[in-house]
Design a protein around this ligand. Structure first.
Ligand code: PRX
Length: 657
C-alpha cells in the first residue's frame, strides 16, 4: 500500500454529515438501499421510467449468457429524443440547456433546449446527407464547443455510434481509433482556443486521414469541419466539408427513429494493460438509465433551480455521462467551458461559478490540488455562495484536498461526493449519497443503491472489514460496458476471468472498520495521471518505436500534484551512441506525437540495463522505488543485482520536467 494510502487511513475518524436541509429534501434517500436490495431488477425498472420509451421492455435483464448482458430487452427509445425533444414537448423549450463559455472573454452563448433541438436536427439531417446510416461509426475530434454536444446527439439520433477522441490526442491516436472502429466520418474543427491562443486541430486530422488511407483506402468518406478560430487550414475538396456550409443549410425538422435498447450508442477508447487502447462499447437504454439515475441521485439535481457544471472534457467518459447524457436526460441547465482554468487569469473557474450561480460543481482531484497550490486568495475574490454540492472524480482524492475543497470552495457547508467509476462502468457506482451519507474525506464510501460492490482477496473471497484486496462488482448493472469493440474474447479475459462471475475493475481497495470502501488505485499496468488513464505498455511501445531506442520500461510514480507521473527508463540502441544532447526532449516529444501531450514522461532516464528477473521479466516494482526516491526493495530475484545500483545512481543525476 502506498504511503499516501496509509496516511489516508488516519483520517478515517473524520466525518461530515449532510446539511439538515439537504437531508430533508434529497432526491435519493436511505430507503433506496433497502428498496434496491429487496428487488434489484424492480429498482432498475423504476429508474428506467425516468426515460421516455417508445416501446416498453419485456424483460429488465437477460443475463443468460454472462458476461454479455442485455438490459431492458425489447425496449425501444432514442437517446437524443430523451435528451432534447421530450423537454421541448413538455414546455421547457426556453430553458437553458447550456451556458456555453468560450475561452476568449465575452465569447459566450446560451443555448436553450429548443435551440439545441433545432441544432441537433440540422446536424442529423446533414450527416444523413453525407450517407451516414444507423450503425455507421462517426469519430468526433472537437474542442469544447457546442458543436461537440450537437454532433454527439446527432449521431445518437440517427443510431450512428460515435467515438469521441480527446482533442489532446495525437494524429496517430486518432487514426488508430478511426481504424479500429471503422469510422466513415470525422467531425472536427479548424482549431480551438487554449491558454489565450488559437490551437490547431485540422492538421492532425489530415495526418490521421492519410494514415487511415494508407491502411484502409476509402474508409473515411468525409471530414466535417467546424470553423471555430478562422485560422487557415489545408483543404481536401474530395472529402472536407465545412459545417456551416452543410449543417446550417439543413432542415430543423427530423423525425427520430426509435432503436432497440441494446443498439450501440458509443465507443470510448481507454487505456488497458496492453499497447492497444480498448474500445469500450456502451448501448442505448441501460447506459442512459445509469447516467440519468446517478446524475439525478448523486448530484441531487433539482432541474428547476440548479445550475450544474462538470469541468470534464467531452473526450472522456465523464464528459459523456455527466456533461451530455445524464444532465440533458434530466433537463438540467449546465455550464460548458472551452478553455483552461488559468486563462486569462487563475480565477477564471470561480468567475464562471459566480456569473452563472453554479450550484453543483464536479471536477477532479488534480484540479483541486492545483487550486490549493495557487492559494486561497484566488477563490476568495469571488462569490461562491451559490454552490451547494461538490463532486470529485477520476482518482483517489487525498483527504487534505477534500477538506480544502469543502472548506474553501464549499464554504465549509457543501457535501463532497467522491464518486468512483470507470469508462467501463458508464456511470457512478460507488459514492456517498449527499443527503444521507456521513462522508469521510478520501473514501468513496459505499456502492450506490442498485449496485453490489465488494473487496475480495486473491481467491475471490470477500475480505473482512479492516482489510484490503481487489475491487469487484458482483451483479450486472444497466450502464455496464457490453463488450470491447470487435473483441469479445478480450472483454471476457480482461474483466470477467480473474474472479469468475464478478466484474474485476482493476483497482485495489480497502474496507475500513465500518466496511466503507477506500479505493487505492490500479493494481495493473494502468497509470492514473491527472485523472487520465494511461497504459505503461502503450508508452513503452511509443518509446520503442523511436529509432534510437532499444528497450523501455515505464512506471507510474506517486506525484503530489498529478496523482501519478510517468517515469521512463530507456536503453538506447548501440547505433545511437549517447543519443545526443537533446535525447530526453526528443523522446518526450516522440511520445507526445505517438499518443498525445498528456502521455509525455515527467522523467526519462537513459540506462544501460533494466532490472530483470532470471526469466527476463522487468521488475517494475524496483523502478518505481527509484522513481519515488525510496530505498530500493528486495533485489534477490534479479538476474544481476548490480543493475539497480547503477540505475539509482543515474536517477540521482537526471532531471525532471
Ligand atoms: O483507478 C480508478 C480511478 O480511475 C479509473 C477509471 O478511469 P477512467 O476509465 O478514465 O474513468 C475516469 C472517470 C470515471 C478507476 O479504475 N478512479 C476514478 N474515480 C475514482 C478513482 N479512484 C479513486 N477514487 C475515485 N473517486
Amino acid at each position: 500500500m502506498s504511503n499516501e494510502a496509509l496516511s489516508n487511513l488516519s483520517h478515517e475518524s473524520r466525518r461530515f454529515d449532510p446539511p439538515a436541509e439537504l437531508a430533508a429534501s434529497a432526491n435519493l434517500t436511505a430507503a433506496a438501499y433497502a428498496e434496491a436490495e429487496s428487488d434489484q431488477l424492480g429498482f432498475w425498472a423504476k429508474q428506467a421510467d425516468r426515460l421516455t420509451w417508445e416501446t416498453r421492455w419485456d424483460e429488465v435483464l437477460d443475463w443468460s449468457n454472462p458476461p454479455f448482458a442485455k438490459w431492458f430487452v425489447g425496449g425501444k427509445l432514442n437517446a437524443a429524443y430523451n435528451c432534447v425533444d421530450r423537454h421541448v414537448e413538455a414546455g421547457a423549450g426556453d430553458k437553458v440547456a447550456f451556458h456555453w463559455v468560450g475561452e476568449p472573454e465575452d465569447d459566450s452563448r446560451d443555448i436553450t433546449y429548443a435551440e439545441l433541438k433545432d441544432e441537433v436536427c440540422k446536424a442529423a439531417n446533414a450527416i444523413t446527407e453525407l450517407g451516414i446510416e444507423k450503425g455507421d461509426r462517426v469519430a468526433i475530434y472537437l474542442p469544447m464547443i457546442p458543436e461537440a454536444v450537437i454532433a454527439m446527439l446527432a449521431c445518437a439520433r440517427i443510431g450512428a455510434p460515435h467515438t469521441v477522441v480527446f482533442g489532446g490526442f495525437s494524429a496517430e491516436a486518432l487514426s488508430s481509433r478511426v481504424l479500429d472502429c471503422g469510422a466513415k466520418l470525422i467531425i472536427t474543427a479548424d482549431g480551438g482556443y487554449r491558454r489565450g491562443a488559437a490551437s490547431a486541430l485540422k492538421p492532425a486530422v489530415d495526418e490521421a486521414v492519410a494514415k487511415v488511407e494508407a491502411e484502409q483506402p476509402g474508409l473515411v468518406e468525409n471530414v466535417l469541419v467546424v470553423r471555430r478560430t478562422g485560422q487557415d487550414v489545408a483543404w481536401n475538396g474530395d472529402i472536407d466539408i465545412w459545417w456551416h456550409d452543410l449543417v446550417e443549410e439543413s432542415s430543423t425538422i427530423h423525425e427520430p427513429e426509435f432503436f432497440d435498447a441494446e443498439h450501440p450508442l458509443y465507443v470510448m477508447y481507454t487505456s488497458g494493460t496492453t499497447g492497444k487502447p480498448k474500445g469500450i462499447l456502451h448501448t442505448t437504454g441501460g447506459y442512459l438509465v445509469g447516467a440519468a439515475y446517478t446524475h439525478w441521485g448523486i448530484f441531487d439535481l433539482k432541474a428547476e433551480t440548479d445550475v450544474y457544471w462538470c469541468t470534464a472534457d467531452i473526450g472522456w467518459v465523464t464528459g459523456h455521462s455527466y456533461m451530455v447524457y445524464g444532465p440533458l436526460a434530466n433537463q438540467a441547465t449546465s455550464v460548458m467551458y472551452e478553455g483552461v482554468p488559468d486563462a486569462p487569469h487563475k480565477g477564471r473557474w470561480w468567475e464562471i461559478v459566480e456569473k452563472y450561480k453554479v450550484s453543483i460543481f464536479y471536477t477532479a482531484p488534480t484540479a483541486i490540488r492545483t487550486f490549493m497550490k495557487w492559494g486561497d486568495d484566488i477563490p476568495a475574490k469571488f462569490d461562491l455562495s451559490s454552490l451547494r454540492l461538490l463532486g470529485s472524480v477520476g482518482e483517489p482524492i487525498n483527504p487534505e484536498a477534500y477538506i480544502w475543497y469543502r472548506e474553501t470552495i464549499g464554504s465549509g457547508k457543501t457535501p463532497v461526493v467522491d464518486t468512483w467509476w470507470q469508462t467501463e462502468t458508464g456511470s457512478i457506482l460507488i459514492s456517498p449519497l449527499p443527503g444521507v451519507t456521513s462522508a469521510k474525506p478520501g473514501s468513496a464510501m459505499k456502492a450506490i443503491p442498485g449496485i453490489v460492490a465488494d473487496v475480495v482477496n486473491d481467491e475471490g473471497e470477500s475480505v473482512p472489514d479492516g482489510s484490503g484486496g481487489y475491487l469487484v462488482i458482483r451483479e450486472p448493472w444497466p450502464s455496464m460496458l457490453r463488450t470491447l469493440w470487435g473483441d469479445d474474447e478480450r472483454f471476457k479475459e480482461t474483466y470477467w476471468s480473474r474472479f469468475p462471475g464478478m466484474y474485476f475493475a482493476g483497482d485495489g481497495a480497502k474496507k475500513d472498520s465500518d466496511g466503507d470502501v477506500w479505493v487505492l488505485g490500479r493494481v495493473d499496468d494502468v497509470m492514473n495521471v491527472s485523472g487520465h488513464r494511461l497504459s505503461t505498455t502503450e508508452i513503452e511501445s511509443a518509446l520503442v518505436s523511436h529509432p534510437k531506442v532499444a528497450e523501455a520500461a515505464v512506471v507510474g510514480a506517486t506525484d503530489e500534484m498529478t496523482g501519478q507521473a510517468v517515469c521512463a527508463y530507456v536503453i538506447l540502441r548501440d547505433t545511437a551512441g549517447d543519443g545526443g544532447p537533446d535525447i530526453v526532449k526528443e523522446l518526450r516529444d516522440h511520445v507526445a506525437k505517438e499518443i498525445g501531450a498528456i502521455a509525455k514522461p515527467r522523467q526519462i532516464m537513459i540506462v544501460a540495463e533494466l532490472p530483470k528477473t532470471r526469466s527476463g521479466k522487468i521488475m517494475r516494482r524496483l523502478l518505481r522505488d527509484v522513481a519515488e526516491k525510496r530505498e530500493v526493495g528486495d533485489v534477490t530475484t534479479l538476474a544481476d543485482d548490480s543493475v539497480m545500483r547503477l540505475i539509482a545512481e543515474g536517477a540521482a543525476t537526471s532531471t525532471e520536467d
